[in-house]
Design a protein around this ligand. Sequence first.
Ligand code: ZN
Ligand code: ZN
Length: 437
Amino acid sequence: MTRATDPKAPGSTSDGRAARRAAAGHVLARQPDLRDWQEDLYRTLHQHPELAHQEVQTAAAAAGTLRDAGYDVHDGVGTTGVVGILENGDGPVVLMRADMDGLPMQEETGLPYASTDQRSDEDGRPVPVAHACGHDVHVATLMGAARLLAADRSAWRGTFIPLFQPAEERGTGARAMLDGGLTRMIPKPHVGLAQHVLPYPAGTVGTHAGPFLSTAASMRITVSGRGSHGSMPQLSVDPVVLAASIVMRLQTLVSREIAPDDFAVVTVGRLAAGTKSNIIPDDATLELNIRAFDDATKTKLLEGIRRIVQAECVASGTPQPPAFELYDEYPPTINDASATATVATAFDDYFGTKTFAAGRLSASEDFSLIPGEFAIPYTFWALGGTDAALWHEAEAAGRMARDIPANHSPKFAPAIQPTLEAGTAAIVVASLAWLAR
Ligand code: ZN
Ligand code: ZN
């Protein structure tokens, strides 16, 4: 039995690689049998997205499939989370995570299985919903891989733990599952795995060691001024001028305080004040979002924002200090070098030329909180989901940004195949890099 602290996979030697290839071939031989079920499942999930912490039907489908396949299942974990445990003798423990939530936006893909559903958002308002981030791909591929591994237990040993997480889009789902007792429900994994469908050619998989996804946070800032008639500015402390000054001064954080070869983003996405042209309002609200690849840079940005806002308020002579509210915080995703090398080798062996170096991405994810809580290595890989012909055509013409809708676009529409088959195979192949006999 491999020690719980040893992330090294059995496949590091050439014997191990051959054994792992054979095991993957054995398990994936049944993949064609699942094709119709999995495609139907995907279309159903896509057509009926559920918002963060409301993934009731999605979670029920995942839990039902896991129970039918012989897993021990915990559901309702941290609201709607589901985790399955399949013990198959002594050996490593592998956790694979899929996020389940859709987004509050109108789908514009024109697909026959496009979502036309509406649901209530967190404030109870009706909103259109869409699987515009591809979490339906993650759910369908993990359900498929869980079935395949359960159906062929002769090829591997150890424990496989599929985990279906709520509310990635709000950055609260991984935390909620941990707060809901996840660490007491499952054995400590050796490694944590996750994937995300992204606008790369469908059928390909990409790995990246080290910082892969950025850490992020949003901040709501309210600055108080003193309102007055628009014709009498001398009686006011104008929060509009103050807010404008803050927005401009914040631009110097990245350009003047962060080293040119470090990565950082500060975006003021919302600026709100006043009601009418001739009234100076009492206050103004700014909502901004930051990204960085390490916690030190994130802390530097947040401290810099507070310093600039406080100083600008002093400069304006505001009657009250500014108020700050931090929300939608995401940790950085920093892929373990050894675990990533193990998965990359396994992908090379199975996918051949359909692998790529993913590079780091400025998007953010909360998955790393789960392996972080267990203090285990993890790796998160990219799964191509865009029709390969379309992708190569757009790339050759230099029209990628215009022609290929990315995640969170209302037109984001993964090609069902080979995305589902490749995503399912990627989970099986990566898991067997630890679990193969
Ligand atoms: Zn997303
Ligand atoms: Zn996502």
